[in-house]
Write a protein that binds this ligand. Structure first.
Ligand SMILES: [Zn+2]
Length: 358
């Protein structure tokens, strides 16, 4: 703001103030900014991690051992990544200069409350806990009292994970709508508010499901396809990296911390819920024309229930077709593409298709 008094200050004093300002600016440039300048990266996104159970070692596909979870938190700290508070999501997604993490935990298992919450509370680490309202209070799940208790902390967001947590995608749109409406009513009754955040059960969504979520007023919805959230993504199909015992090894985790958003113009087909007629899907990814190093792209896909290096056909300099070698035969068909940058960072883009039950 212009202060008239400055007009009367001696020139020498003004110059001194000017240098102090420069010093201040230099000081405000955090190590993150300096590092990102060094690496030539100016488009960091929000690396979103998804956890489920903690130290429930009989469920390796959804569990993480507490020792490993602590290693993850330490590594994030060591690498100067910032945990973002979901309440500031709108601003954080616009900040491309800083390396960021969003922690999410699905299902509201009691093991989260018993094992992970004490750690996160102590460190004041922000997170979203996604709960399915029908399951709250059941054996092995958190109670409403416990959820209410943690929701009072300003770094905690309780997100919506549907009411029943069934395979909603296989239901009619009317049934999906009904399920989500019940959930919203219960949220309002138990917590007094409805969250802006939704997470699709099993990460499964169709065009119809996505529209219902949007129409019900949820601002952001997460799937379970891997990738980095950034401002160019469709806010109702945001990617997350699933972390569990199988995929929780420190080496993989380190790679995830070095991922960048992989921006694209469009991915065809837009309907990720496929049936016998549309399986295998004809996958075309159109990229922006400023994308560098596109020739370094590498994709993997799991058609015929076998992971393989996908056959990529360039339709133009910025458009690729994934030629699948057969149908997706498991419930979820996946394509993961990565693009190695020159500075050890990877752009990451995951697509998940859900195969309709016969
Ligand atoms: Zn779930």
């Amino acid at each position: 703001m212009f202060k008239p008094i400055e007009l009367f200050l001696p020139v020498k004093f003004i110059i001194k103030k000017f240098f102090i300002k420069i010093l201040l600016v230099a000081f405000l440039l955090t190590p993150y900014d300096l590092k990102s300048l060094e690496n030539g990266v100016n488009d960091f996104g929000i690396i979103t991690l998804m956890y489920h159970r903690f130290e429930e070692n009989k469920y390796p596909s959804t569990n993480i051992k507490i020792k490993e979870f602590k290693n993850h938190l330490n590594l994030i700290k060591e690498k100067d990544l910032k945990f973002i508070n979901p309440k500031n999501f709108e601003n954080e997604i616009k900040n491309k200069q800083q390396r960021k993490i969003l922690l999410t935990i699905d299902d509201g298992f009691l093991s989260f409350y018993d094992k992970a919450w004490p750690i996160l509370k102590e460190l004041k680490t922000p997170f979203i806990l996604f709960v399915s309202t029908r399951e709250v209070g059941k054996r092995g799940y958190m109670s409403w009292d416990q959820i209410k208790e943690i929701s009072r902390y300003d770094f905690v967001e309780i997100g919506n994970h549907s009411h029943t947590h069934e395979y909603l995608i296989d239901l009619t749109n009317k049934e999906i709508l009904n399920d989500l409406q019940i959930s919203k009513l219960i949220f309002k009754e138990k917590l007094g508010v409805n969250s802006n955040f939704f997470s699709y059960p099993f990460g499964e969504y169709s065009l119809g499901f996505k529209k219902i979520v949007q129409d019900l007023g949820f601002k952001y919805a997460f799937g379970q396809h891997s990738g980095v959230v950034d401002y160019t993504k469709d806010f109702h199909e945001m990617p997350r990296f699933p972390i569990n015992e199988k995929y929780g090894e420190l080496e993989r985790f380190k790679t995830i911390l070095n991922t960048l958003p992989f921006q694209y113009k469009s991915i065809e087909p837009k309907e990720r819920y496929i049936n016998d007629l549309t399986n295998p899907p004809n996958i075309i990814i159109n990229f922006h024309e400023n994308l560098k190093n596109i020739n370094n792209i590498n994709c993997f896909s799991n058609e015929n229930n076998k992971w393989r290096n996908s056959k990529i056909e360039f339709l133009s300099n910025y458009s690729i077709k994934i030629n699948l070698e057969g149908k997706f035969t498991t419930e979820r068909g996946r394509v993961n593409c990565s693009l190695r940058e020159n500075n050890n960072f990877y752009r990451w883009l995951g697509v998940q298709f859900v195969v309709k039950e016969k």
